[in-house]
Unconditional design. Structure first.
Length: 494
């Protein structure tokens, strides 16, 4: 009985639990309860992924109402992988949270923060699981509104501005999405994804569908921060509390990329999207531009969180290149990099949270000699940085190997060269941090800094360990990603 209801429990459990955190007035109680729920969700996501890999697509009718009248939750290898990733990151971040929250959000009721985090998890996992395009919008708004609230909690007043800018651009993206869905509903009379894929085939070349395609492309691209629609991301990551940045950076854009894949590979289909409308001729150039430009901008940043934020824009570029290559290998690269980037960027931002706890800043000049005062923390940062570059035996290497392979299979060797160039630029901005941390003497607050507490180091190194483990043994991640890629290439229409 429990196994049958895993899809709905994955959403209902954190959704119902979130208000309970408000009622638990004590900081320790609300954190303990949120942590318990997050790990329970992670366990369910692991069971769900295992079930999908063993038996194939899992279909769940909400309220026993069959689609298209009722809402269908449809879980295959792609979204089971995304749900597993979101639950994993949420669990590790909550394990890390108490000391960081106490230090960076002293005047904020912690129970409200944990409520927002559980709601954000609910929204992200709901977006991945649902098979209904309007239901997806509801979950999109749940995750977005809770994200705006968490970013605004930052001590720096610029956090409010960053949250407001994110709200404005997020609202534009959501509006474009709803308009696109409304236009599709107008011509098909359905909101179910599979039903949409079937009913769209006879009317794909109508102006209404073309307009819907355009609105959805722009709206979802805003949400996933595709260059040049990324302007909300650097400030949001730089000024949000460290624990919030780590969670959002590792999950939000990844789920938005999943939504993009589901629409343009699943609902519209590869033939219409890439052979008729040639969306790949837009995605690959924008992805490459994002990789090069964002990486170059990252080189000149003095705030390390901001530097990592621009790095995230570049990493989104890599993922969208894989989408635009329109092959099983390209999609495998995208899906495996979604997972790998979440691990490495989560580890990097958690390491920065440890530094902020002890030094109170993340400006490059303030971290002179920090490697000598916080060696374990900086070792985690260096390991994450090596993965970001794509050094062998790290997960970053696996992702870029598949991406270069996919580009060469298409005969696009200039794309492969630019992908490698992006990795070389990453060497520069990671080296800047390493140089300041290890080749200067500690000064100011850095001279008085001590190693981060074990409660923060353990979760950070859990993600670092995962980047190394899955870099040396990628059978699980690349295997699931390849199955997901095959599902996406097949589309939703029978």
């Amino acid at each position: 009985m429990f196994a049958e209801h895993l899809p709905i429990l994955q959403i209902v459990v954190p959704l119902v639990s979130a208000p309970v955190c408000v009622l638990l007035r004590r900081r320790e109680w609300s954190w303990g309860f949120a942590l318990l729920i997050s790990w329970f969700c992670f366990g369910m996501s692991a069971l769900l992924l295992q079930r999908v890999l063993q038996t194939g697509t899992v279909i769940y009718y909400v309220g026993n109402w069959a689609p298209p009248w009722g809402i269908e939750y449809r879980i295959d290898a792609v979204n089971a992988f995304v749900v597993f990733l979101g639950a994993l990151i949420g669990s590790v971040v909550l394990l890390y949270a108490p000391r960081s929250v106490a230090a960076e959000l002293p005047g904020v009721r912690a129970n409200l923060f944990y409520t927002s985090l559980l709601l954000c998890m609910t929204g992200l996992m709901g977006m991945a699981i649902t098979g209904d395009v309007f239901n997806l919008f509801v979950f999109l708004e749940i995750s977005a509104l809770s994200s705006y609230a968490m970013i605004a909690l930052g001590r720096d007043r610029r956090a409010l501005t960053a949250s407001y800018n994110y709200l404005l651009m997020g609202t534009v993206g959501a509006t474009f999405y709803v308009i696109g869905v409304g236009l599709l509903y107008m011509v098909t009379g359905t909101l179910n994804m599979v039903d949409l894929a079937i009913r769209l085939e006879p009317v794909l070349m109508t102006r209404t569908v073309l307009a819907a395609f355009a609105f959805l492309t722009v709206g979802i691209s805003l949400k996933l921060a595709l260059f040049p629609l990324h302007l909300w991301l650097p400030n949001a990551y730089a000024h949000a509390p460290s624990v919030v940045t780590a969670f959002i950076a590792a999950t939000a854009t990844k789920v938005a990329i999943y939504v993009f894949l589901r629409f343009f590979y699943g609902i519209f289909g590869t033939h219409y999207t890439f052979e008729v409308l040639h969306l790949d001729m837009v995605l690959v150039p924008l992805g490459l531009t994002g990789v090069i430009v964002a990486s170059l901008v990252a080189v000149y940043q003095t705030n390390i969180k901001r530097m990592l934020a621009y790095s995230s824009v570049a990493q989104v570029g890599y993922m969208m290149i894989g989408v635009g290559l329109v092959s099983v290998t390209g999609l495998t690269a995208t899906l495996v990099h979604m997972f790998n980037h979440a691990l490495m960027k989560g580890a990097l931002f958690l390491a920065m949270g440890c530094i902020v706890l002890r030094v109170g800043a993340c400006e490059l000049e303030d971290l002179r000699g920090i490697g000598k005062r916080m060696p374990i923390t900086m070792a985690a940062f260096v390991a994450g940085g090596l993965s970001l570059i794509g050094i062998p035996l790290t997960v970053g290497f696996i992702s870029k190997w598949y991406l270069v392979l996919a580009a060469l299979q298409r005969g696009w060797w200039p794309v492969a060269v630019l992908i490698l160039l992006g990795s070389l630029i990453a060497v520069v901005y990671i080296w800047r941090v390493v140089e300041v941390a290890y080749f200067h003497e500690p000064t100011g607050k850095t001279a008085e800094a001590t190693e981060a507490p074990l409660s923060m180091l353990v979760p950070t190194w859990m993600l670092v360990g995962a980047t190394l483990y899955f870099g040396m043994s990628s059978t699980f991640t690349s295997g699931v990603a390849r199955r997901g890629a095959e599902v996406l290439m097949a589309g939703l229409a029978p």
